[in-house]
Design a protein around this ligand. Sequence first.
Ligand code: NI
Length: 386
Amino acid sequence: MNLQHETEEALAASLTEVRRNLHREPELSNEEFRTTQKLREWLTEASIHILDLPLKTGLIAEVGQGDGPIVAVRCDIDALPIEEQTELPFASTISGKMHACGHDFHTAVILGATLLLKQHEHELHGKVRLLFQPAEETGHGAEDVLASGGLNDVEAIFGLHNSPDLPTGAFGTRTGALTAGVDRFEITVKGVGAHAATPEKGVDSIVTAAQIITMLQTVVSRQNNTQEPVVLSVTRINGGFTWNVLPEKVELEGTVRTYNEDIRRSIPDQMTRIIEGIAAAAGAEAQLHWYPGPPATINHGEWTDFTKEVAAQAGYTVHDIPPQMGGEDFSYYLQQIPGAFVNIGTGPNYALHHPRFDVDEAAILPAAKYFATLAGQALAKLAAEE
Ligand code: NI
């Protein structure tokens, strides 16, 4: 594909074609080999430098000059295990896989920003790393990127998500928590199996599990500070195989969502007290298995204000949006590097991860221009402060 960017119309058309090309061939987390190969080709055609990093998929490009400050702009490139139902002419050609979170849109936007920054490379007060991150959906791609060293020396980082809830032309973000810490848990309850007619000869794992599920809700309603939101959802319950046998074992699974890191760390202990206490009372055994995911995305105040100022200058309608309980592994970067995560309106549309999800492609070029401007102005700000 020849990425035309002589005129804005040509660039918009090229980036739309990029988005559709990616949309046709979605790849799941850590399998983004073709997507990475395409990005390599497009960036190489445009004479853009790609860092040599130990990343299996995804890549980091670099535009700029000199030994001034370095800022990073990040998009994610992976898709979801969802069967697409949009009937778009460029719908997924891979059964059971779909760009249902708009990461194809994010990739086209940041590729566009890269091309625009390249045009103005000699005006930049430092370097911009354009991060095309793998495996956002599984929540661990950012950790691989950090481990690769590709963000060493970066002084500010920005990232985007499309928002089907904001109209095209709208921009949303907020200082502080924007997305939640996302943890997964499993609970095993082990009793003693028995005939359903003689429960006294066993230890009923089903009744014990039911009490655990109910009591776990008191972690949120009775043990947690009411000013700090927590969600605890049990989402799977497996136990038993027929009508007249009390099973030995029940398995539960679910998720906990938090904004406050101290509260997040205290939850497993609170859950364990309930789980072990109820099991002991019943004469059963129960265990909590905790699988930490990404922490809450905590936007830094100064850079959040900066993204809003640049958005207003660019003609966006700027909104302070409420935090939401979904997850985003951009949070790992913000634990180490100051910056902000923002939402770009592409709606109204079906919700993220819906099989009919789509984005308004008219939002691609303005967002590409916005991130090029944001990166350039962030470099100028940092250079002026040094
Ligand atoms: Ni997403």
